[in-house]
Design a protein around this ligand. Structure first.
Ligand code: ZN
Ligand code: ZN
Length: 416
C-alpha cells in the first residue's frame, strides 16, 4: 500500500511584479537571491496563472477563492463576511458584515481623521460600548462589534432580511460622512441601509461623550467618536474543500481577510507564535509548524503578507528582503525536510503588485508544483518570465486546485 500524499501550498502575497528600471529592467523576483525557491523551480513544473482572467486586477479575497478552486464570480458576496470569519466572529449565512474604522468627526459630521490617530489602545473598550445594539427601526436586527487592530473593527448585523448590497458610510478620505444607500431596489437592501445609518448615528451618540474619548482629548489625541462602515459582505456561498474533494486542510495565515477565505473553504486556522501579517513574520516557525501539520492534514496552506505591503508602499528593498529572508528561507527549510516522494510543494502569488504601481494589477503570476510524478520542465529559476516558459503554460488560477487534487489521486474520471 502506498503512503497517502499531501500538499504544502505557499502563497506569497503580491509577489509578482513588473520590470524595475533601478534593477536594470529586472523584476524583484529576478533580482533577489533565492536559492531555495530556484531549486524548487528546477525540480518542479512551472507556469503562469491568470488569477481571475487576463487584465483583471484581483483583490486578495477573490484571488484566494480562485487559488482554492472556486469561481469568484459565482461564490463571492463581498469582503465583510470574510473579514468577520477571519476575526473569529460568529457569522451566519444570512448576516451582513462590514469592515469599520474608528474615526474623528466634528459636530458638523465632517471627518477630521478617518483613523482617529491610528493608535487606539482603547479600541476594545470602545467597541464593547457599542456591541449588542438592537435597531429601533428593526428590532429583529442586532449589531455585533469587535475591535481587531489599531483603529479597525468588524461589525456584523445579525437578523433576517438583510443584504450586502449597500454603500459605505466611509468616504475613504477626510470629508463628509456619507449616508449608506441601497445598491439595488430590494427591501433587504433598504432595510440594511437604514440600520447602518441608524447605528452610525448611535455610535456617535455613545462615543462622543465616552470617558475614554474625554481622556484622549485631554491628552491632545483625536477622539474616536464615530464608526465608519465599508465593504459590506456576506459569507461566500460555497462548499468546503472537504465536501468537494474529501480534503482535510489547515492554514497558517495571520492576515484576517486571507484567514477568512481559508475558513470559508473549510480549513482549520492554526495560530503559530511569531507568525504575523507583517515584515517581522517568523517563517521558520511557520515552516516547522507546517511540517508537524502534515501528519494530520492533506493540505497545509501558508501565507506571507509582507511582500504585498512592501509593494503598496513602493518599497523595493523591503520587497526583496521579504523574498530573500522570509519566502526563500521558508522554501529552503521545507525542501530540506519534506519527502518529495509523497509531499507536493506548491508556490505562487495571489496577484501582481508592482512596486512601481503600488497597487494590484492584472498581470499573470508565476507558479511551481514539485512532488511525485510531476513532469518537470526546463525552467531553472522562479520568476515571472522564467515560469512563462514552463510546462504548465498559462492557465486560470482556479484550475490549480483540480490539478493538485488529481496529483493526490482524489479526482474523478470524466467519461467511461
Ligand atoms: Zn493579496
Ligand atoms: Zn495588496
Amino acid at each position: 500500500m502506498t503512503e497517502k500524499k499531501n500538499v504544502v501550498f505557499i502563497v506569497v502575497d503580491g509577489l509578482a511584479d513588473r520590470p524595475v528600471s533601478s534593477l536594470g529592467g529586472l523584476t524583484p523576483l529576478e533580482a533577489a537571491s533565492k536559492p531555495g525557491i530556484d531549486k524548487l523551480a528546477e525540480i518542479g513544473i512551472c507556469g503562469i496563472l491568470d488569477i481571475i482572467s487576463p487584465g483583471v486586477p484581483p483583490g486578495s479575497d477573490v484571488a484566494h477563492l480562485s487559488l482554492f478552486g472556486y469561481d469568484p464570480y459565482v461564490v463571492y458576496r463581498g469582503r465583510g463576511g470574510l473579514e468577520a470569519l477571519g476575526a473569529g466572529m460568529n457569522i451566519g449565512v444570512d448576516d451582513v458584515a462590514f469592515r469599520a474604522n474608528f474615526a474623528s468627526v466634528g459636530e458638523d459630521m465632517k471627518i477630521l481623521d478617518r483613523r482617529a490617530g491610528r493608535f487606539l489602545p482603547e479600541g476594545d473598550k470602545l467597541a464593547d460600548s457599542l456591541n449588542g445594539y438592537r435597531s429601533k427601526l428593526f428590532p429583529d436586527v442586532e449589531v455585533i462589534v469587535k475591535h481587531t487592530t489599531e483603529h479597525r473593527c468588524v461589525v456584523v448585523l445579525k437578523g433576517p432580511g438583510l443584504s450586502h448590497m449597500v454603500s459605505d458610510t466611509d468616504p475613504h478620505r477626510e470629508g463628509n460622512l456619507i449616508q449608506a444607500t441601497p445598491l439595488d431596489s430590494t427591501p433587504e437592501s433598504k432595510k440594511t441601509a437604514s440600520v447602518v445609518n441608524e447605528f452610525t448615528q448611535y455610535s456617535y451618540d455613545v462615543l462622543r461623550d465616552h470617558p475614554l474619548n474625554v481622556e484622549r482629548e485631554k491628552k491632545g489625541l483625536p477622539p474616536a467618536n464615530i464608526l465608519l462602515l465599508r465593504g459590506a459582505g456576506r459569507l461566500p456561498c460555497m462548499p468546503s474543500l472537504r465536501e468537494l474533494y474529501g480534503l482535510k486542510a489547515a492554514c497558517i495565515a495571520a492576515n484576517a481577510l486571507v484567514r477568512g477565505v481559508c475558513k470559508a473553504a473549510g480549513m482549520d486556522a492554526i495560530e503559530v507564535k511569531g507568525v504575523t501579517g507583517s515584515f517581522d513574520t517568523d517563517t521558520n516557525s511557520m515552516g516547522r509548524a507546517a511540517l508537524k501539520l502534515l501528519s494530520e492534514y492533506d493540505l497545509v496552506f501558508l501565507h506571507i503578507k509582507g511582500t504585498d505591503s512592501a509593494s503598496h508602499d513602493g518599497d523595493l528593498e523591503k520587497k526583496i528582503f521579504m523574498i530573500e529572508e522570509k519566502a526563500d528561507k521558508l522554501v529552503s527549510l521545507l525542501l530540506d525536510s519534506i519527502d518529495l516522494d509523497r509531499t507536493y510543494l506548491v508556490l505562487t502569488a495571489d496577484h501582481t503588485t508592482p512596486v512601481s504601481v503600488k497597487d494590484h494589477t492584472g498581470d499573470p503570476v508565476p507558479v511551481v508544483i514539485a512532488g511525485p510524478g510531476v513532469r518537470s520542465d526546463d525552467v531553472k529559476r522562479f520568476s515571472e518570465r522564467d515560469c512563462a516558459k514552463g510546462g504548465l503554460g498559462r492557465i486560470q488560477a482556479r484550475f490549480l486546485m483540480p490539478i493538485l487534487i488529481d496529483y493526490l489521486g482524489l479526482s474523478k474520471k470524466y467519461g467511461a
